[in-house]
Structure formats: structure tokens, C-alpha cells
Design a protein. Sequence first.
Length: 494
Amino acid sequence: MSSSAPPPSSLSFSSSLSSSSENYRHLHYHRCIHYRIISPRFLFRCAITSASSVAAPKKKKIWRQGEYPGNVPENSSFDMKKRRTPIKNIKKKLDRKDNLNPWVKTVTEALSDSINTKQWLRALEVFEMLKEQPFYQPKEGTYMKLIVLLGRSGQPQHARKVFNTMIEEGLEPTAELYTALLAAYCRSNLIDEAFKILDQMKNLPFCQPDVYTFSILIKACVDASRFDLVESLYEQMGERSITPNTVTQNTVLAGYGKVGKFDQMEKVLLGMLDSSTSKPDVWTMNTILSLFGNMGHVETMEQWYEKFRNFGIDPETRTFNILIGAYGKKKMYDKMSTVMEYMRKLSFPWTTSTYNNVIEAFSDVGDAKNMEYTFDQMRAEGMRADTKTFCCLIRGYANGGLFHKVISVVQLAGKLEIPENTSFHNAVIYACAKADDLMEMERVFKRMKDQQCRPDATTFSMMEEAYKKEGMNDKVYDLEQEKQRMLNSNMIFV
């Protein structure tokens, strides 16, 4: 990936997006990141507690006479030949079991793999193939996994279709399945549809909403800054004697912080401190630190870190990842390195998120060299890259003007079967716009829609800016019309 090549006339990202069986050049990752450690003004305190426990002695099983093979009396009439396992008979049974519908076994494994790798379209195709077979009866767990996958992939309509199919097949819906469907609409910001599902649940005696159902809906309302609906949901919870838990309160806490309602945020936090059912935890700590870190208020973030430590809340790996990300955004590489060293010292593992935050820090400034070093180190340690990793790499090379390397990264993502979601396509569109290759940008956008990958506001914003830069006002108008059509048909993330 570090080899240089002259930039091609067209970026040809769209042809590189799909997974292919072409032979890719093997990449050797042997370099390590060298971080310069400087004593920081801000010291991190992390409590390590160790507990020693003595293993209880195992209870010796009392065997009956002649039951345990090692204790068979010599004068026993027990025939040792009778104890032999009928290996041939077992082998025949196992062979018959293995040979029974091997096609089904292979395809069900393909369905499981598609779900695990978040390939929602492939998962639906395999599922439809299996349903056509008379001997295949999908269980409730399969439907649950599909609905959750489709919700996380921004496909609520497909999730509803799977849910309806399940009911047509005669399976009784549960509160968990309804909650999963509600979550699918919430993830796509379709709050009105989510409230309709909530009303359906209220009318079904065995599918009543619980604290998790309300928490998911509250989060969607908070993300959309619909705090009036949040209060309404709190009232409904009170009527049903459902007490908000720490997760619910953390969600509202983050929502108030994002819109700058710090007084309300502090009010919720003080209420949590006085509560017996929703005490602040490490997630509360992470929520507050992430909030101020994303806003670039590093000093406030550090002050809150100290406050939570005084509350007796210990940090975790994600806490340090949030600090690393915040320092990276502010180009405070010394503090970023110091936190990473503390993690090593205190045996906190570096995770994919840790590396992603470092890669993103170098990506934002187009520092391709350090970005590559970090990525090489990440792979050398056996850490699996995810979609965010490749989004950062693509943007980093684009910011550094190394557009030929963007193509290599897109090809590598295809080889590693990285899910091509909205963020991934947005990163490629960003690179096309940076390279002033509007034709390729349009091809990527078309392929994005062909894959039923829903564009969001960022997608349209980047494309509009690229067209305006070239004075292509007719293209801007057409894009606005398409955006409105998609909004009306719920085919776009708001």
C-alpha cells in the first residue's frame, strides 16, 4: 500500500467497490508506531483492584460399585467386552446424519455467515432460498437475527416484510420481536412508524412494551431533538410503573448535552446520583466525556473525568478510546500518546476503536505516512479492521492528494469483505469530490442506490458542494429534486 503509482485519469472507484476474486498484491506489515511520550500536565488516574480468591475443593463424585471403570472389582462378573462402544454402529448413524440434506446444512451456514458479516442483501437471498424448501422451518431466533441485521443496515421496510412473513408462517410475535422491529424504524429516524408499533404492542396482552422498548424510542426522540415526545414517553412509563434505568437516563443525558442544554443535563445527572435504580456508571462517564470531546472542549472533558473518578467510577477501555479520539481531533498528539501508554501500562487492550481514533487523527490532516504506520501496526497485531477504519483511510489519502491509493484501499476493503454501508460510500464520494472527478462520483452514487444503500444528508451535501464548485447549477437542482423524492418515500436518512 505504500508503493507509489501515477494517478489514473479516472479513479474507477465504482468498479472497485464490489468484492471480487481477483488476485491482490500481498501487503507486508512490519513497521510499528513510535510515539513520543511527554509528561502531560493532565494526569490520568485509574484504580486497579485485585482480588484473590481460593478455589473451592472439587466434590468427589460417589460412584456406585462397578459404575466407574477404574474401580471394577477383579472378581466381578462384569464382562469388559460388553463395555466396548459399538463404534461401527455409531459411525453409521453419524454418516447417515451427515449425509442427510447436506445442501441444507451448507445453505444454513451461508445464512449464518451472511448475518455475522452484516451482508443483509445476501442474507435475505439465502433466507428466501431456504424458505422454498419444504423441510426448512425457520425459528423465532432466525427471524430475530434478520430483523436486527436489517434494522442496523438501515432497511426497516425489509425488516417489516420479514416480520409479516413470520406471522404468516404461524409464529407468535413476542415483545422482543416487536422491540427489534421498533428499533429498526428508530435507527432510520422513522419515529412516527416506531410509535405506531408501540401502539400495536400496547393492544397485545403478551407483547407489552418494557423499559428496553421505551429506552430505544426515547433515544430516537433524543437524537431527533424531540424532547416533547421524551416527556410524553416518561409519563407513559410512569403510568405502567416502569422505572427508567441507567441506560435510559444516559440517553437523555447525552441528548441534552448535544443541543447545549447543560442545565437540564446536570439536572438529570444529579437525579441519577440521588436515585437507587439509575445510578451513574461508566457509560454515564463515557457519555459525558464523548459529548465534550466531540465538541472540542478538552478542558471540560478532563474536569468531568476527574469528577467521575471522585464519584468512584473507574474508566474502561472505551473511556480511554474517547480521550484518544478527543485529543486526536485537537491535534494534541502528546496527550494522545500518553493515554495509549497508560493503557499498555495498566493492561487495557488496544482495540479496533483505539487504532481507528489514531488513524482518524492522521486522516483528518492528510498525514498518510503515520496513518499507514498505524494501520500496519493494527494488522500486525491481528486486529480486525472495520468499516470506520477504511472510511478513515479513504478520507486520509484523499486529504493527502494520494488518489491512486484510494483505489487500492477500496479494493482491499472488497477483499476483506468490509460491509459497504452509507458511511463507506460517503467516504468514496468524498474522495471523488476531492479529486474533482464528478463522473466517478455519480457512478458511485448510482451504485450506492443499486445496492439499496440509503444515502443520508451528508451524501447529498457533499455532492451539492462538488456541483456548486464547478458551477453546475442544473445538477444541483436535479439532486435537490431527487433528495425530496427520497425523503417523501422514506428512502433517505435524515
